[in-house]
Design a protein around this ligand. Structure first.
Ligand code: TTP
Ligand code: MG
Length: 362
C-alpha cells in the first residue's frame, strides 16, 4: 500500500507573522533581517515576503544588496519570541492530525497520514482542513506537499508556494519530477550541481534514465541517494526520535560559579524537567542516567547510574541525580556547570511491558 506523507512548510514564515501583526504593511515588500542603514548596513536578509521576492530578494542575501534592489521595502528586525510562539501553535495543530509527526525546523514538519486516509481525495481534504485551521487559528499560510516518500513530499510542498497543496500520486512521480532541475533534490546544492552538470545531468529525468549501478559508478554514495529519491525509493520514516540516537543530554552553566547546593539542585531539577518534556514527547525510555559537573578551574566529573530495565521516570532520575551530586557537596569547590545525560535509549515498549516493568521495579 502506498504511503501518504505530508510535508508542511510555512510561507515566508517570519515575514508572514509580521504582516499578520501589522496589517498596514500588507501589500508592501517586507524584509526581515539586519538593519539596512540606508544601504550601508551589514548582515543579511533572514526572509522576505513574496512581494519582496519579485525584486529578486531572498534569504541570506546581504542586506545592503537587498536595499539597493528594494529601497522602498519595509525592513524589520526579527522578533524570535513571536516566531517561536507561532511555530509552536502551528506544530500543535499539525501534530493533532497524526501522532506520526516530525518537526524538522522552526517552520516545517512531516506527517504520516497513511492510516488516516484511504485515497488521494481524502488526503486532499485533510490537507485543506489542516491549512484552513492554521490560517484561522494562527493567521498565517502554509504550503503542503503529499507523496509516498519524505523527499518527494518536500519537493511537492515547494511546488505550489505560497498557500498551495500538491499531491503526487505514486504513478505520477516520474512525470512530476522529470522536468525539474536536479537542485530540487534535497542534498544537491550548487557545488554538486556543477559536478552533475559536467556529466551531462541537468534534470531529475536525466537521473531517472540512468541505472543505479551507473549512478554509483559516477557519483558514489551521493549518486545512490539521489537515484533513490528520484525513483521514489526513499524509505525513511516519519519519526521524531531516531533509534540510532545514542543519548539525550542537557547542561547549563551558572551565571556565576556557585557552592550553594540548593541552587545547584534546583538547576538540575530544571534540566531534568526539560529533558523529560522531550523524552515523554518522543516516547523514549532509558536505562542509564549520568551527572556531569564542572567545577571552577574547569575540572569536570561525570557519574553514572544504570537501572535494571528501561524506564521513563522523572522522579527516579531526580533521586539518582541528587544522590550522585551529594558526593561533590563536601569538596569545597564552586560549581560552574551541571548537566544530565540519559543513555541506553529505546523507543517506548508496549503499555503491557511498561506495566510489568513498573511493577517489578516497585
Ligand atoms: P524557510 O522555510 O526556508 O523560508 P520561508 O518560510 O521564509 O519562505 P518559504 O515560503 O520559501 O518557505 O525558512 C523559515 C524561516 O527561517 C524564515 O522565515 C526565516 C528563517 N531563515 C533565516 O533566518 N535565514 C535563512 O537563511 C533561511 C533560509 C531561513
Ligand atoms: Mg517556509
Amino acid at each position: 500500500m502506498s504511503r501518504f506523507i505530508l510535508h508542511c512548510d510555512l510561507d515566508c514564515f517570519f515575514a508572514a507573522v509580521e504582516a499578520r501583526d501589522n496589517p498596514k504593511y500588507i501589500g508592501n515588500p517586507i524584509i526581515i533581517g539586519a538593519d539596512p542603514k540606508n544601504g550601508k548596513g551589514r548582515g543579511v536578509v533572514s526572509t522576505c515576503n513574496y512581494e519582496a521576492r519579485k525584486f529578486g530578494l531572498h534569504s541570506a542575501m546581504p542586506i545592503s544588496q537587498a536595499y539597493k534592489r528594494c529601497p522602498h521595502g519595509i525592513y524589520l528586525h526579527p522578533n524570535f519570541e513571536k516566531y517561536h510562539k507561532a511555530s509552536k501553535e502551528v506544530m500543535e495543530i499539525v501534530n493533532s492530525y497524526s501522532d506520526m509527526f516530525q518537526q524538522v525546523s522552526i517552520d516545517e514538519a512531516y506527517l504520516d497520514i497513511s492510516d488516516k486516509c484511504k485515497n488521494v481525495i481524502e488526503v486532499r481534504d485533510l490537507a485543506k482542513k489542516l491549512k484552513d485551521e492554521v490560517q484561522k487559528k494562527v493567521g498565517i499560510t502554509i504550503s503542503i506537499g503529499c507523496a509516498p516518500t519524505k523527499s518527494i513530499a518536500k519537493i511537492a510542498s515547494d511546488h505550489n508556494k505560497p498557500n498551495g497543496v500538491t499531491v503526487v500520486k505514486p504513478e505520477y512521480i516520474k512525470k512530476f519530477l522529470s522536468p525539474m532541475d536536479i537542485t530540487r533534490i534535497p542534498g544537491i546544492g550548487k557545488k554538486s550541481q556543477l559536478y552533475y552538470n559536467k556529466k551531462g545531468i541537468k534534470t531529475i529525468g536525466d537521473i531517472i534514465n540512468l541505472t543505479l549501478p551507473k549512478m554509483v559508478q559516477l557519483f558514489g554514495k551521493n549518486g545512490e541517494w539521489v537515484w533513490n529519491v528520484a525513483n521514489g525509493f526513499d524509505t525513511r520514516e516519519v519519526k521524531e526520535f531516531h533509534g540510532d540516537r545514542k543519548s539525550i543530554s542537557k547542561e547549563r552553566t551558572f551565571f556565576e560559579d556557585t557552592d550553594d547546593f540548593n541552587e545547584i539542585l534546583s538547576k538540575l531539577e530544571e534540566i531534568n524537567n526539560r529533558i523529560h518534556k522531550s523524552v515523554i514527547k518522543n516516547k523514549i525510555h532509558y536505562k542509564t542516567v549520568s551527572l556531569k559537573i564542572r567545577l571552577e578551574g574547569y575540572l569536570t566529573f561525570t557519574r553514572a547510574h544504570s537501572f535494571i530495565h528501561h524506564i521513563q521516570d522523572k522522579k527516579k532520575v531526580l533521586r539518582v541525580i541528587t544522590e550522585l551530586t551529594n558526593e561533590f557537596s563536601t569538596m569545597n569547590k564552586k560549581v560552574r556547570l551541571v548537566g544530565i545525560k540519559l543513555s541506553n535509549l529505546k523507543k517506548s515498549p508496549s503499555t503491557f511491558q511498561k506495566t510489568i516493568i513498573n511493577y517489578l521495579e516497585n
